[in-house]
Design a protein around this ligand. Structure first.
Ligand code: MN3
Length: 201
């Protein structure tokens, strides 16, 4: 089944001034679309065509012959997840239950934010910084290129795209400024809370 790009839940200019309509137009409208188009072309007419995107990601993650399918499929998934991690008037604090768990697992909400910033800043080259649930524990992890915590048995709660295309038009080389701005102004804690509750179920 061809994977269809989910609709953005906000207008392309809704994240301004923090992420410009120009960045979102290229990122959602060109980069993400290209991953999905490549993925659909690669799986068309193969046995993967009848599987869900998540199933194909799991099956191709360790298969060197299928690296093109994995890279494009995982990037399709990661981006669809990332759009939901952002929201106009986001940032602030999580809901009570998730915030209590963050404080328990990281030693404080500010400590969690620092860990996420550090992971995002120190991911060498392209990749992603994540809040994940691993077993019963919340963790911050980073992944390179198209890699996704889905293949490590971790449940994604939130992510920040740190590929240059996510911020270069707005922040140039200042990745830490982009990350701090997203954390403070755009993170969608309602979405995170849903992922947390689903992950614990
Ligand atoms: Mn991207």
């Amino acid at each position: 089944m061809a994977y269809q790009q989910p609709a953005l839940l906000y207008a392309e200019n809704a994240l301004e001034p923090f992420i410009s309509a120009k960045t979102l137009g290229f990122h959602y409208g060109k980069h993400h679309v290209a991953y999905i188009t490549n993925y659909n072309n690669l799986v068309a007419g193969t046995p993967f065509d009848s599987l869900t995107l998540e199933e194909v990601i799991a099956l191709t993650a360790t298969d060197a012959q299928k690296v093109g399918i994995f890279n494009n499929g995982a990037q399709a998934w990661n981006h669809s997840f990332y759009w939901n991690c952002l929201t106009p008037n986001g940032g602030g604090n999580p809901g009570e239950e998730l915030e209590a768990k963050i404080i328990r697992d990281f030693g404080g909400f500010d400590k969690f934010k620092d860990e996420l910033k550090t992971a995002a800043a120190t991911q060498f080259g392209s990749g992603w910084a994540w809040l994940v649930l691993e077993g019963e524990t919340l963790k911050v992890v980073k992944t390179a290129n198209a890699q996704t915590p889905l293949t490590s048995g971790q449940k994604p709660i939130l992510t920040i795209d740190v590929w240059e295309h996510a911020y270069y038009l707005d922040y140039q080389n200042r990745r830490p400024d982009y990350v701090a701005t997203v954390i403070d102004n755009l993170l969608n804690w309602d979405f995170a809370e849903k992922n947390f509750k689903k992950g614990r179920a």
